[in-house]
Ligand binder design. Structure first.
Ligand SMILES: Cc1cc2nc3c(=O)[nH]c(=O)nc-3n(C[C@H](O)[C@H](O)[C@H](O)COP(=O)(O)O)c2cc1C
Length: 355
């Protein structure tokens, strides 16, 4: 902290996981930063959904690291603060890191915002409201070398190893596609993991608007089945049912159209590294957005439950992580997708608590 700064120039913000809360000790400045965070994607505050932890423990090892990668109110705040001329002093886990198995009520980060004339805006900020996760079919063209370099450059200095592969490497692309499809199939035909997703399905505009979290489904077919009472979300669908077949077909078509894959791995897998990985992912996705590229995470093979073990091992081997003892933290499709709108959000007030 700069001692010459007056009391009003020092802002302190506390972000905590428990109950999706943020304590604020500032008024308008943090409101503006938080609004920015709020409009950030899955990586932002509004996506930290502790209910996900309550849906079951089968994929817990995935969800917990995932939480930290999603915990990017920190990252959103850093960009927003710079935009407003504030330097940020971040203390991750100021009261100690959570254990490897569960988060607790201690704060995830303490962030001081200090007015600083030297601070320059980050050009990635301009992409914040344009960035969306595109999960459908991508165009055939391969991302060009300059675009890929911009994505690489965006994570410089962060403790991650970034990998990219494009259609120029046919055999590797085929392996990526196969593991992604196998892992997705495994998730869908494993009743308890399928049910975890069913418990957070939001079908049609009414449910989506009511919850603004979870997994949104808006296709006419699913809505019609749901309206007719033919889609029972309390029962796992049979592997040969039309729901599962339809989901596999859509996913496999998206994979078949994929012109490139992106991944991040890390040497360590502690909470701070996970937080930094989230920061790297946000930055990489914003840099991709600036290049007109979309990303779509493929988390199934990275999850740590027994049925995924073979796919987990396969993807770690394919990406060179196994031999280096790295953990693959993010694995995504990368390509040119058509323009889409933002995913639902719960709104700022749902996440801010007055201190
Ligand atoms: C760590 C992490 C893993 C994710 N894994 C998946 C995934 O496997 N499949 C998927 O469809 N979305 C996944 N998502 C969610 C999407 O990336 C996206 O954030 C979400 O659908 C909201 O859309 P938006 O990014 O356009 O706001 C993941 C997000 C994060 C941060």
């Amino acid at each position: 902290m700069n001692p010459s700064l007056g009391h009003k120039d020092l802002r302190q913000v506390r972000i905590a996981v428990q109950g999706n809360t943020i304590w604020r000790q500032t008024e308008r400045l943090f409101q503006r930063c938080a609004e920015t965070c709020e409009r950030l994607p899955r990586q932002a505050i509004n996506q930290i959904d502790r209910n996900r932890f309550k849906t079951g423990i089968t994929r817990r090892q995935q969800y917990i690291p995932s939480l930290f990668k999603r915990l990017n109110p920190v990252n959103g705040l850093l960009l927003a603060a710079r935009q407003r001329g504030y330097r940020t002093e971040v203390t991750p886990f100021p009261e100690g890191e959570f254990s490897a198995t569960a988060p607790d009520t201690r704060p995830t980060a303490r962030i001081r915002l200090v007015r600083d004339a030297q601070v320059q805006p980050d050009p990635l900020f301009a992409q914040v409201f344009k960035r969306h996760t595109h999960k459908g079919v991508y165009e055939a063209r391969t991302p060009d070398a300059a675009a890929l370099q911009a994505v690489r450059d965006s994570v410089k200095g962060l403790p991650v190893t970034l990998g990219l592969v494009t259609r120029n490497e046919e055999a590797a692309m085929a392996r990526h596609a196969q593991i992604a499809m196998d892992a997705w199939r495994t998730e869908l035909v494993t009743p308890r993991t399928l049910l975890e997703s069913y418990h957070v399905l939001r079908i049609g505009p009414k449910e989506i608007a009511q919850h603004r979290d979870g997994i949104s489904l808006n296709s006419p077919m699913v809505r019609a089945l749901n309206a007719l009472g033919l889609f029972d979300r309390t029962q796992a669908s049979a592997p040969d049912s039309s729901e599962i077949k339809g989901q596999l077909e859509r996913f496999n078509a998206a994979i078949a159209s994929t012109p490139a894959y992106f991944w991040l791995s890390t040497a360590r897998n502690d909470r701070i590294t996970q937080l930094e990985t989230g920061r790297a992912y946000v930055r990489a996705q914003l840099a991709a957005t600036a290049q007109g590229l979309s990303m779509h995470p493929l988390s199934q093979a990275l999850q740590e439950y027994p049925e995924q073990a073979a796919h987990y091992q396969a993807v770690h081997q394919l990406l060179g992580a196994a031999e280096r003892g790295h953990t693959v933290q993010m694995w995504t499709r990368l390509g040119h997708g058509p323009a889409i709108g933002p995913a639902p959000r719960r709104g700022l007030e749902a996440h801010v608590r007055k201190a």
